[in-house]
Design a protein around this ligand. Structure first.
Ligand code: ST9
Ligand code: ZN
Ligand code: ZN
Length: 323
C-alpha cells in the first residue's frame, strides 16, 4: 500500500509542498502540511476497490464471506491484543508462541510494523492533542481519521518522539524480526493468504478473493481503527476524566473489537481490558482471557475498583457509565 521503505516507513520520494500555514503559537511560519501524493492516491484506490468489493458480495459464496470475517478478526487481534495492549502498553505478558501469532496477525493488518505502530502510539498517549501527537484530534476529524497518513509528520512528533522509551521494543526479537521482514510478511499475510485460500479450498474466483477478503476486509479494519482516533476523541461521555478529549464510544468499541472505551483507556492506559466492563463489547479482552486460561499469557494489569471510583469522583463528568 502506501509509500514505504524496507523498514515499512515512508521514503519521501513523491511529495510536494502544497501549502504551508503558520503556527501563531509557535511564533513563526513553518510547514504544516506536506501532502504525500502517493499515499493519497493509494488510499483513494483502496477505498474504490473496497466499494467494488461491496458490489461483489452477492456473487461470493458463503464460505468466502465467512473467511472475510475470519481475516478481519485475526488482523484486528494483531492490532488490539498485539500492537496496542501488548506491545504499546505492556498491559499483560505473552509467551513466545503467542507473540509470534500476534506478529503474524499484525502483518495481516498492514498498519505499519509493530515497532512503528507502538512508537507512534506511545507518542500519542504522552503528547495527546498537541502537535507532537501523530493524529492530533485538535486538527479535526479528517486529520485524526486518515489525513495524518497522507501528510508528512509535524516536526514535533519526531522531536518529542525521540524522548519516548522504546528499549523494550528494540529488545523484543519478534518485534524486530517482523520489522526487518515487514514488506514480505504483508505481501504473504495481508494479500496472498486471504486471496488464495478461498480459491484453493473451495474454488472461489481470484477476483472475489482479491476484492473481499483482501481489499474490503483491509479497508473496513483500517476505518474501524481510525475511528478510535477520530470519533472516540470527539463523541461520547467522559466518566473518568472530563479534562481530556478521549471519549467512551460504544459504536467504536463494537467495530474495533473493544477499543472504544477511550476515556477509560487514556485514564488507565496500563489496564489490559481498556475498560472496567471486562468482555462486554470487548472481544479483545475475551481473547486475552482465553490466552491466560491456556497459559499462553499472564500478568494482566488492571485498575482496581477503588482506584476507578476515586478517579470518577475526582475528575469524572458525572455521566452514567455504560459498558
Ligand atoms: C495505519 C496505522 O492505519 C493506524 C494506527 C492507528 C492507531 C490507533 C490507536 C488507537 C488505539 C488502538 C485501537 C486499535 C483498534 C484496532 C481495530 C481493528 C479493527 N517518534 O513516519 P515517517 C522519525 S497504517 C520518534 O516516515 P514522515 C523516525 O526517525 C496504514 N521518531 O515520517 C522515522 O524513521 P524510522 C498503512 C519518529 O516522513 C522518521 O521520523 N500505512 C516518530 O513524516 C520518518 O518517519 C500507511 O498508510 C515518532 N513517533 O512520513 C503508511 N515518527 O521509522 C503511511 C517518525 O526509520 N505512513 N519518527 O525510525 C507514511 O507513509 C509516513 O509515515 C507518513 C509520514 C507519510 C504518514
Ligand atoms: Zn487516543
Ligand atoms: Zn493506547
Amino acid at each position: 500500500m502506501p509509500e514505504s521503505s524496507p523498514h515499512g516507513k515512508s521514503t519521501g520520494s513523491s511529495t510536494e509542498d502544497v501549502f504551508a500555514d503558520t503556527y501563531a503559537e509557535k511564533g513563526g511560519p513553518g510547514p504544516v502540511r506536506t501532502l504525500v501524493w502517493r499515499n493519497i492516491w493509494l488510499m483513494v484506490m483502496l477505498h474504490a476497490g473496497a466499494l467494488y468489493g461491496v458490489c461483489l458480495i452477492p456473487t461470493a459464496c458463503a464460505l468466502t464471506l465467512a473467511w472475510t470475517a475470519v481475516c478481519f478478526f485475526f488482523s484486528a487481534l494483531g492490532v488490539t491484543a498485539g500492537a496496542h495492549r501488548l506491545w504499546s502498553h505492556r498491559s499483560y505478558k505473552a509467551s513466545p508462541a503467542l507473540r509470534v501469532f500476534l506478529a503474524l496477525a499484525n502483518s495481516m493488518a498492514f498498519q505499519n510494523d509493530i515497532y512503528e505502530w507502538a512508537r507512534d502510539h506511545r507518542v500519542h498517549h504522552k503528547y495527546s492533542e498537541t502537535d507532537a501527537d501523530p493524529h492530533n484530534a485538535k486538527r479535526g476529524f479528517f486529520f485524526a481519521h486518515v489525513g495524518w497518513l497522507l501528510v508528512r509528520k509535524h516536526p514535533d512528533v519526531t522531536e518529542k518522539g525521540r524522548k519516548v522509551e522504546l528499549s523494550d521494543l528494540k529488545a523484543d526479537k519478534v518485534v524486530m524480526f517482523q520489522r526487518r521482514h515487514y514488506k514480505l510478511s504483508v505481501l504473504i499475510l495481508c494479500f496472498l493468504v486471504p486471496m488464495l485460500v478461498p480459491w484453493y479450498f473451495w474454488g472461489e474466483s481470484l477476483l472475489v478473493g482479491y476484492f473481499l477478503p483482501v481489499l474490503l476486509r483491509y479497508t473496513v479494519a483500517l476505518n474501524a481503527t481510525w475511528l478510535v482516533n477520530s470519533a472516540a476523541h470527539m463523541w461520547g461521555n467522559r466518566p473518568y476524566d472530563h479534562t481530556i478529549n478521549p471519549r467512551e464510544n460504544r459504536i467504536v468499541a463494537f467495530s474495533a473489537i473493544g477499543e472504544g472505551f477511550h476515556n477509560y483507556h487514556h485514564t488507565f492506559p496500563f489496564d489490559y481490558a481498556t475498560s472496567e466492563f471486562g468482555c462486554r463489547l470487548n472481544l479483545t479482552t475475551a481473547f486475552i482471557d482465553l490466552m491466560c486460561f491456556l497459559r499462553l499469557a499472564c500478568e494482566r494489569r488492571s485498575a482496581s475498583k477503588e482506584m476507578i471510583a476515586a478517579r470518577v469522583q475526582r475528575t469524572g463528568d458525572g455521566s452514567v457509565k455504560s459498558g
